[in-house]
Design a binder for this molecule. Structure first.
Ligand code: GDP
Ligand code: ZN
Length: 312
């Protein structure tokens, strides 16, 4: 029987079978993942094969190949990773213009990592209610929306407090596994509570579990949506991983850099110093925003210093 892993507590996995039952499963055998030392071989979002036994429980006997996954590197010395979720269909990147201000560097890195895994991203500009009386802030918001829409990302203006724009988010969630990401304080929990009234309790349960010393990494869950589909709340996630790309690949994860790079003289152009670089020309002529180009250069530099891997 096949199903979808929707919750993981310790060694137990809740699997929603394709016929709609919820079955508690353990893992049988050894699942090894290429190149990742992971504390959990199976994660929420995984499509699995299960075999049931007489007691009504089951074991997971196989995992389908993942389209993508999000990992968190462990803080301790073991250097093990924890897979937070797999097979994400869509990501909402929650950003704010003020209180706090989300940097374009953060946005661009997230977008590039999602691009590498072909996960579509919608940029959710939250807390727009705070900008109403501030003309400069409103202009900055318009500029950001314009910038990212021009690059090719859908942007939504939202206020989790007044409810503005939330209907647009609701309509995108249908039957998707959606990841909600963004820096702390941008309003992710508030948005979840608006999209899923009644989930409050569950958020509280999780934080209580943390307080009693339960390992953060042993608990992950997808929140089922009334319209079908699931929402994954992942505090602190900066992008998709594991990230180990070649310098000349990075440019292909910036949509507009990729577009212009086709006209570079050299096919392995890193768009930093090469003669005949169409990307540098496009930056000079303002077809590519300077902030995006700077984010790209930052990622290249980290790659040089081998910092980039650690960032994810
Ligand atoms: P998280 O860390 O991303 O989960 O952020 P929270 O949901 O905890 O929100 C952080 C703070 O921002 C809280 O005080 C929220 O009440 C506030 N907040 C969230 N969304 C909005 C919004 O749309 N407008 C305003 N004015 N405040 C908001
Ligand atoms: Zn170039």
């Amino acid at each position: 029987m096949k199903g979808l892993v929707i919750k993981n507590t310790g060694s137990w996995y809740s699997v929603k079978t394709d016929v709609g039952n919820l079955v508690e499963c353990k893992i049988k055998g050894n699942f090894r993942l290429k190149g990742i030392r992971s504390t959990n071989p199976v994660a929420v979002g995984d499509r699995v094969e299960i075999v049931t036994n007489q007691e009504g429980t089951a074991f997971i006997s196989g995992i389908e190949d993942r389209r993508n996954y999000i990992i968190r590197k462990s803080q301790n010395l073991s250097k093990q990773s924890h897979i937070i979720a797999a097979n994400v269909d869509l990501a909402f990147l929650v950003a704010t213009i003020a209180h706090p201000q989300t940097s374009t560097t953060f946005i661009d890195r997230f977008l590039a990592s999602a691009e590498a895994y072909s996960v579509p991203v919608v940029i959710v500009f939250n807390k727009v209610d705070l900008l109403q009386d501030d003309e400069d802030a409103m202009r900055y918001l318009d500029m950001m929306v314009n910038l990212y829409e021009t690059v090719g990302y859908r942007c939504v203006r939202v206020s989790a407090v007044t409810g503005e724009g939330l209907d647009q988010l609701q309509s995108m969630l249908h039957d998707q596994i959606t990841l909600l990401s963004g820096n702390s304080g941008v309003g992710k929990s508030t948005i979840i509570n608006q999209l899923l009234p009644g989930v409050n309790l569950r958020t509280a349960e999780i934080s209580e579990a943390h307080d009693t010393g339960m390992h953060t990494t042993t608990f992950s869950e997808m929140l089922p949506l009334p319209q079908g589909g699931y929402l994954i709340d992942t505090p602190g996630v900066k992008g998709f991983g594991s990230f180990d790309m070649q310098p000349e690949e990075i440019g292909s994860y910036f949509k507009e850099i990729f577009h212009f790079s086709k006209d570079c003289r050299f096919s392995n152009c890193t768009h930093t110093h090469e003669p005949g670089c169409a990307v540098i020309k496009a930056v000079e002529e303002h077809y590519i925003a300077l902030s995006r180009y700077q984010s790209y250069l930052g990622m290249l530099k980290d790659k040089d210093e081998n910092k980039y891997r650690e960032a994810f």
